[in-house]
Design a protein around this ligand. Sequence first.
Ligand SMILES: [Zn+2]
Ligand SMILES: [Zn+2]
Length: 351
Amino acid sequence: MSKTLAYAAQSPDTPLALLEIQRREVGPDDVAIDILYCGVCHSDLHTARNEWKNTLYPSVPGHEIVGTVTAIGRNVKHFKVGDIAGVGCMVDSCQHCSPCAEGIEQYCENGFTGTYNGPVFGGENTLGGYSSSIVVNQKFVLHIRHKDNLAAVAPLLCAGITTYSPLRQWKVGPGQKVGIVGLGGLGHMGVKIAAAMGAYVVLFTTSPNKREDALRLGAAEVVVSKNPQEMAAHANSFDFILNTVAAPHDLNQFLNLLKLDATMTLVGAPDSPHPSPNVFGLIFKRRRIAGSLIGGIAETQEMLDFCAEHNIVSDIEMIPMQSINQAYERMLKSDVKYRFVIDMATLKQSA
Ligand SMILES: [Zn+2]
Ligand SMILES: [Zn+2]
């Protein structure tokens, strides 16, 4: 075991604070990583505050991890000391069910092990990326091929793959009209990735003041979804819509924009259900509503390589570890463009 510094929540209503934790010894299949940067996802906040009623304490959030490999086990062939590596939302899965065999470990029938607050079906709590180091099985470690701007790479490990996977699943590409609903941590990645895939991207937002930003990020058009005339002009015209909004809202206004046989995929996790959609709108155009959860390890590597090739990173605001509690308050007000990333070098200053 080795000691490492971390920031942890001890209960739903105590702020995160310094905690010394243990990491396991580096096993034959393990990669040890010194964490350089960790992105701040909304799931971190939900978990730290037990909003999904399943939090194990102490809770060390963080699943958008980029760092330097410091040690490898004897079976590790594809990483070496000094490599830049990433860890996303998962650190293990059963490896024998049919989704695991297909490489879609996020749908593991026995429950994947989350990077924090895992495993899903019980077992010892896992502690995430708000820490100086982590030890992870090589199967769940990603290669980072970006040459610089590594802090801005970190959010690709959750926000990036969460948007990339459904865009790939529904075969988004050149010549297609694709809608992205919401311009937050997920939505801004969706706009960048869909545009890089060659689609004509339309960003839907409730805030007209996001127009310029959306165009800069790669949207061809911006539609203010509160404006019925603007929405009506796009009826029955979309090949695919990626809906990143977590707040409960009327899905019909977007479903009505889909063509015959087109799909809207939801990736936001609402606190309470969306109003039920109008079934006639689905039936008469054979439209589909789908969901999607992060992505498998192979697809996450594909996404990282795609983003390295297309020079895609997240738009971030870097914070010291000590500002995490204020950052959570700002996230609740959507006061971030578009992802906080913790500079993990600052963690030592708390020691
Ligand atoms: Zn996340
Ligand atoms: Zn499995």
